[in-house]
Ligand binder design. Structure first.
Ligand SMILES: Cc1cc2nc3c(=O)[nH]c(=O)nc-3n(C[C@H](O)[C@H](O)[C@H](O)COP(=O)(O)OP(=O)(O)OC[C@H]3O[C@@H](n4cnc5c(N)ncnc54)[C@H](O)[C@@H]3O)c2cc1C
Length: 404
């Protein structure tokens, strides 16, 4: 295993870091307070190639590798979780599913404009009555001639009110729906422009306030059969595949949030004095900062391992789940301690750590809750869970990029 970052990786890391510090950090407090998603961020991310960072150049992407996707995720969440979420849903969940499971026609029609950043994409799995329990979905897709008629509602969808393209999972076999047999689920590529599609924003959210999270409804939306991703009945496998990629970005992002907590806490601890000395000199404060450092380093190694496995073309569901589980739980610990280090100042919006604290919690819930990942890890150890090859696997990348 080689975690060596090449010059291209370093350059990407540095340019995303500098862009975030220059273009986003000065405004993020106001955006967060105003619960406002700034759409100008998307063309800027597109111009840096981030919206297709690990998509091959042949499909409009920057042609970099999967480690680059992780590095960009870590740097984006260092500034604000809302930025990393864009990468998670657009690249991780949607573009990489299209790249792996899409037909050539689908790649030309959807992946190319997405990777170029002309169209924004997201992923609609969760519904009002079904999150962890994917078999509990209620959305249905009834085949009529050369179309499917989709009806249902998706809830808690990142970029729901912003995206143009939606990867949607629904039951296409009603008998299998009754039996909760996941081979009755199918994945569809749905456009906002399709008749019967409508969306809205969730206003009552208390974290990731500079990001858009919402719902969309499909009222007899007609989707052509050419827009079935993979084959009918492969929706569950595609959703699980998508989550392998999305979780990877969440893990790398949570790692960036831990680093942000560590840096803010170190700066504050060196400045703030109690009992005549900087609080950095109190051992119990040092302990919190040491915990952040160890959580940061372990989290980074875990997501790097996943990225390395992805580059090599090896199945990484188990490793990615562990990375996502560990780093998001650790980010909650880091953010809680960062507020603690800041005392009452941490309890206000004058310092960023309160925002980190609100933002980190989402990642402990989405893309597999803490409990779902704990169960997965136990089941791997106990031998209850074994990953079998799927019909399509994420294409490996050669050293230095995904030109092939
Ligand atoms: C900010 C945000 C953004 C999101 N973005 C997206 C998106 O873009 N696309 C999308 O499809 N979804 C998205 N989601 C939804 C997210 O994936 C779900 O919230 C998540 O899967 C959990 O589902 P749930 O909320 O229905 O909780 P539930 O599944 O109802 O779980 C509730 C609690 O019960 C626990 N639990 C459930 N089953 C078990 C079990 N078998 N054993 C032990 N404990 C269990 C859970 O761990 C949790 O603690 C987003 C959510 C948030 C908060």
């Amino acid at each position: 295993m080689d975690f060596f970052l090449n010059d291209e990786h370093r350059l990407l890391e540095q340019s995303v870091r500098e862009w975030g510090a220059r273009e986003v950090a000065p405004h993020i407090k106001e955006l967060d307070r105003a619960h406002r998603f700034d759409p100008r961020i998307l063309p800027q991310m597109a111009s840096m190639g981030l919206l297709g960072v690990c998509v091959p150049a042949a499909y409009g992407g920057a042609g970099m590798d999967y480690l680059s996707l992780g590095l960009a995720s870590e740097e984006l969440e260092y500034v604000d979780t809302s930025l990393r979420v864009i990468l998670s849903v657009h690249v991780g969940l949607n573009c990489l599913s299209l790249l792996t499971w899409g037909s050539e026609d689908q790649k030309q029609r959807y992946l190319v404009p997405q990777a170029q950043g002309q169209k924004i994409a997201t992923f609609g799995l969760t519904e009002p009555a079904a999150g962890s329990d994917v078999r509990g979905l209620q959305s249905v897709a009834i085949r009529k001639g050369d179309r499917y008629i989709l009806t249902g509602e998706k809830m808690w969808i990142s970029l729901a009110d912003v995206a143009d393209h939606f990867l949607v999972v629904a039951w296409s076999d009603l008998e299998k729906k009754r039996q909760r047999d996941p081979s009755g689920l199918t994945a569809f590529l749905v456009e906002r422009a399709f008749k019967g599609f409508s969306s809205g924003t969730i206003k009552e959210k208390w974290g990731i306030l500079a990001g858009n999270t919402g719902y969309f409804k499909m009222d007899e939306v007609e989707v052509p059969v050419e827009n079935v991703l993979g084959r009918p009945g492969e929706g569950f496998k595609i959703a699980m595949f998508a989550l392998d990629q999305g979780r990877y970005t969440v893990a790398a992002g949570a790692t960036g949030l831990i680093r942000a907590c560590r840096d803010a806490s170190a700066t504050y601890a060196l400045e703030r004095k109690t009992f005549g000395v900087p609080i950095a000199e109190h051992q119990l404060v040092k302990e919190m900062i040491a915990q952040m450092e160890s959580d940061y380093q372990v989290s980074r190694l875990l997501w790097l391992r996943s990225g390395w496995l992805k580059n090599a073309g090896d199945r990484n569901t188990r490793e990615t789940s562990l990375a996502k589980w560990f780093s998001t739980v650790a980010s909650e610990r880091a953010a809680g301690n960062a507020v603690q280090v800041h005392g009452a100042n941490g309890y206000s919006d004058d310092y960023p750590v309160g925002r980190f604290y609100r933002n980190c919690k989402g990642a402990v819930i989405y893309e597999g809750t803490r409990e779902v990942h704990a169960l997965m890890q136990a089941d791997y150890v106990l031998g209850y869970r074994v990953d079998r090859p799927t019909r399509c696997e994420l294409p490996p990348v050669a050293d230095g990029g995904s030109e092939a």
